[in-house]
Design a protein around this ligand. Structure first.
Ligand SMILES: Cc1cc2nc3c(=O)[nH]c(=O)nc-3n(C[C@H](O)[C@H](O)[C@H](O)COP(=O)(O)O)c2cc1C
Length: 411
């Protein structure tokens, strides 16, 4: 049985209380780090563990932290990305629902390593229950001296503030998230400067995904080489994989990085319903390129999925069987991106809305010759031509779908 450091102690009955978390060894890693390790040693361990960001871009967390300019007098901020807007992804909710203290311990470790005294958790508006659980856990932790003026009696101070989003996918993009946190409309900022240099309220800021931070206690508890050994070189640990669509057992699975995508679908998620055949798999959330049935013998890690022409993204695996029409898939994808484009960049604003119009027209039986080529041209004009990666996120899945399933879409 593969190790599941993140989820093996989850209680199916609900979130672990502070008392239960501590009883299970919780906060020991943070306590030890604060008492016995320097911030640089914690950051060094995380860097050596090759913990890649679990929010989508897959940037190594330890490297990101090292970009905080030490010449800046501060304050520095940590923003926890709990927006979880990528369709097909529901793993951060799993952590928040079962073990909010695991995230809080990760936040303490990151804050200590980077020198942050105020951390914000930006949580998607629809996550009402997870937000309540989080607030409760923070109150419990603050009441017990786990957070606040002297974290676990160390003298290191840390406040954690929950900020509820209002339902915009773009607010998961890190700079739109910062705008939204500051009280503005969530529109991405031009980079550089990157948030590590100029972030929240103009100060150096680390932005990390919920799952990325939740891995930290195990990294500090067991060491970088143990963590690295669970996964692949340059891509350590396990990953929470959300599986949805045409499978017998949809759900969240904690799997070693590098688990074959075919096993995710056919072993862990129980395969397809009897009599059905596989048509396609979207491996990394809706923004990743769809793979055909002959392309799923690929290990689920950043490098392998990139080499296969897709990406691991948020590890949201969406399984599509022969009962599902690719026209429906294109309809859903085009509707989502046209609705969620923030409108700031012309190629994205106009491109997503024109693609949507063409798809709607075809759906109404008014398709014209050359429509699919028009869609390809519009998507191509968005790719790489927008201020944030949303343009690519919209273009890539549409291009892959139209290229690989053209015959079905033409019908
Ligand atoms: C349109 C868009 C939406 C995104 N949504 C999320 C999200 O919901 N959650 C998340 O963690 N990252 C999201 N990201 C990625 C973030 O910009 C950022 O890379 C991430 O929060 C960094 O954390 P990590 O390094 O721990 O993955 C999104 C990016 C884009 C372009």
């Amino acid at each position: 049985m593969a190790e599941r450091p993140l989820t093996s102690t989850f209680d199916p009955a609900g979130p672990r209380s502070l008392e239960a978390y501590v009883r299970g060894g919780g906060y020991a890693a943070a306590r030890r780090a604060l008492a016995e390790m320097t911030p640089a040693a914690v950051a060094g361990e995380v860097k050596a563990a090759e913990l890649r960001g679990r929010g989508g871009a897959g940037f190594p967390a330890g490297v990101k932290w090292s970009f905080i300019p030490r010449t800046d007098p501060g304050p520095f901020y940590l923003c926890v990305n709990a927006d979880e807007g990528e369709p097909g992804t529901f793993k951060d909710r799993h952590i928040l629902a079962h073990d909010p203290h695991l995230l809080l311990e990760g936040i303490i470790l990151c804050a200590y390593a980077v020198g942050v005294h105020t951390a914000y958790i930006y949580i998607r508006g629809e996550y009402e229950e997870p937000a309540r659980r989080l607030e409760k856990a923070i109150a419990e932790a603050a009441g017990a001296g786990v957070l606040g003026a002297s974290v676990l009696g160390s003298g290191f101070s840390l406040d954690v503030i929950v900020h509820r989003g209002a339902g915009a996918y773009i607010c998961g993009e890190e700079t739109a998230l910062l705008e939204s946190l500051e009280g503005f409309r969530g529109k991405p900022r031009l980079k550089p400067p990157f948030p590590a240099a100029v972030g929240l309220f103009g100060k150096p800021t680390v932005i990390n995904n919920v799952e990325t931070l939740a891995h930290l206690p195990a990294v500090i508890r067991n060491g970088a080489s143990w963590f690295l050994g669970l996964g692949k070189p340059k891509d350590g640990g396990t990953r929470l994989v959300s599986v949805s669509g045409s499978v017998v057992r949809p759900g969240v699975y904690e799997l070693p990085i590098g688990t074959p995508l075919r096993d995710v679908v056919f072993v862990h998620a129980g395969g397809l319903a009897p009599g059905r055949t596989l048509k396609a798999v979207i491996p990394g959330g809706m923004s990743s390129a769809v793979l055909g049935p002959g392309e799923i013998d690929v290990p689920m890690d950043s490098a392998s999925l990139a080499a296969a022409g897709s990406m691991i993204g948020s590890a949201g695996v969406i399984v599509i069987d022969d009962a599902v029409s690719m026209k429906t898939v294109l309809d859903r994808i085009s509707r989502f991106y046209a609705h969620e484009s923030c409108g700031q960049c012309t190629p994205c604003r106009v491109g997503t809305s024109w693609i949507r119009r063409i798809v709607l027209r075809r759906g109404a039986g008014e398709g014209r010759a050359g429509d699919l080529d028009r869609i390809v041209r519009l998507a191509g004009a968005m790719k790489g031509r927008t201020l944030c990666p949303f343009g690519d996120a919209a273009a890539v899945p549409i291009l892959a779908l139209v290229t690989k399933f053209r015959a079905e879409l033409e019908q």
